[in-house]
Design a protein around this ligand. Structure first.
Ligand SMILES: C[S@@+](CC[C@H](N)C(=O)[O-])C[C@H]1O[C@@H](n2cnc3c(N)ncnc32)[C@H](O)[C@@H]1O
Length: 206
């Protein structure tokens, strides 16, 4: 990816995504995780402090080596075993039905083939398993959407392919998930074009 993508961007993401203001969202999305969990787009491990004690292990999927290195201090402070187990959410190196739950936070915006990634998450979840998610995407309001379409090309260039206009709930349902919990809102303190979030849970049907 080059110096910017490999070294600068993971550090930028660590700072931008590590703001204290989003910690309550991380706590909410991680609440309810239990058993064996796969986290796609693990980044620098900003969710690690919020894994509940009921989580028995986490398989972290993350392409950025620097992200994984930046996670070291968080990994040292948790009792939950976390292993970097994959590099690409579009092709997960796990057997079918390996996990009780999956976690994705502000990652579906960036994975190039997001439909393939969601198919993979469904494949590796046990039937009845849950994907917990908080993702930014296409805003509910037309005025904000217009800005999202205008700004998306710049956003993609600066933030490693991050899209602003992905319709999170539609993508999940198209992949066959059943949404069981959903909150759609604008993140406080974030411009609306960037902070149109969907937080919830989606079950892979039995
Ligand atoms: C905006 S960051 C979010 C990081 C982390 N989930 C968080 O909440 O802090 C998006 C992450 O997706 C990762 N990513 C990009 N392409 C990916 C892929 N194909 N599979 C898995 N993760 C990917 C990036 O390296 C980055 O760490």
């Amino acid at each position: 990816m080059g110096v910017y993508g490999d070294h600068v961007l993971p550090r930028l993401i660590d700072v931008a995504c590590g703001l204290q203001a989003v910690e309550p969202l991380r706590r909410r999305v991680c609440d309810g995780l239990a058993g064996d969990v796969v986290e796609i787009g693990f980044g620098s491990g900003l969710n690690v402090p919020f894994y509940p004690a009921a989580v028995s292990r986490v398989a972290a999927v993350e392409p950025a080596d620097v992200g994984w290195k930046l996670a070291a201090k968080r990994l040292a402070a948790t009792s939950v075993p976390v292993e970097r187990s994959g590099l690409d959410g579009q092709s997960l190196p796990f057997a079918d039905g390996s996990f009780d739950a999956a976690l994705s936070t502000w990652t579906l915006c960036t994975i190039p083939d997001v439909a393939a990634a969601l198919r993979e998450v469904r494949r590796v979840l046990k039937p009845g398993g849950t994907l917990r998610f908080v993702e930014h995407g296409l805003a509910p309001d037309e005025g904000v959407r217009r800005w999202q379409h205008r700004l998306e090309p710049v956003q993609k260039k600066v933030f490693g392919g991050c899209h602003l206009t992905r319709p999170v709930v539609e993508l999940l349902t198209a992949a066959g998930f059943e949404i069981t919990e959903l909150d759609v809102f604008y993140e406080e303190g974030t411009p609306k074009f960037l902070g149109a979030d969907s937080l919830g849970a989606a079950v892979s049907p039995r």
